[in-house]
Design a protein around this ligand. Structure first.
Ligand code: PEP
Length: 252
């Protein structure tokens, strides 16, 4: 039985005052969480502040990105996997569609980052997903296969026992348009079947989150699908009550 996992991706939002208010809200309701793993991923600059503000061990910390380079050195502006680990992160989001589209991250860079994160003892939340145009032109599954295979060929199937996958249809991220539970389930089952071709036991154990305009009102139905194991939450993770409601909708 897979334990559901909900992670909040704060993206580039916040200030110390905003985070203090948000995390105070999360602290006060963390005791309600049971049967679900939960993480929050602040902007890197605020990871340490968030950690010092969190007073519960129930909510883990994650980052939204990290350097591909595994070693410290002359890489101005970058932050390494080992630094994230040192700050207390357990997770790192890799391959988010905003990183792919805005910063041009390629499948091969993302695959290298997944390996570097694993080597540093971080759990990657590895994002895959198709654009609307790719879905409408019938290449959705081949796009997702290519994204998956890039990482598989770098880290191998066994590493997927330490990787979380997030299926995030690009057309559903921050748009208010959510994939229907059936649309999401179809892709989640497809991802799991691709992994099962290589190792059915690992495939069965991999947590696959859904991400894309998840709200308290649609979370339960999405998370109720057999291959959807929680969510990666953007906008709604910036409100403590909404985020806790979404986490509770994933509880088993
Ligand atoms: C995300 O950024 O990963 C995301 C799913 O955003 P939103 O929930 O706002 O669509």
């Amino acid at each position: 039985m897979r334990k559901p996992f909900v992670a909040g991706n704060w993206k580039m939002h916040g200030s110390k005052a905003f985070i203090l208010n948000l995390v105070t809200g999360l602290n006060s309701r963390a005791g309600e969480l049971e049967g679900v793993d939960v993480a929050i991923c602040p902007p890197s600059l605020y990871i340490d502040f968030t950690k010092r503000t969190l007073s519960t061990g129930v909510i883990a910390l994650g980052a939204q990105n990290m350097a591909e380079e595994p070693h410290q050195g002359a890489f101005t502006g970058e932050g390494s996997a080992s630094m994230l680990k040192d700050l207390g992160c357990r997770y790192v989001i890799l391959g988010h569609s905003e990183r792919r589209a805005i910063y041009g991250e390629t499948d091969s860079e993302i695959a290298n980052k997944v390996q570097v994160a694993l080597d540093a003892g971080l759990t990657p939340i590895f994002c895959v997903g198709e654009t609307l145009q790719e879905r409408e032109s019938g290449v959705m599954k081949s796009v997702i296969s290519t994204q998956l295979e890039a990482v598989l060929s770098t880290v191998g199937i066994a590493a997927f026992s330490s990787i979380v996958i997030a299926y995030e249809p690009v057309w559903a991220i921050g748009t208010g348009v959510t994939a229907t539970p059936e649309q999401a389930q179809e892709v989640h089952a497809f991802i799991r079947s691709k992994l099962a071709e290589l190792d059915p036991v690992i495939a069965e154990g991999v947590v696959i989150q859904y991400g894309g305009s998840v709200k308290p009102g649609n979370a339960k139905e999405l998370f109720g699908q057999p291959d959807i194991d929680g969510g990666l939450i953007g906008g709604a993770s910036l409100d403590a009550d909404d985020f806790i409601a979404i986490c509770k909708a994933a509880e088993i």
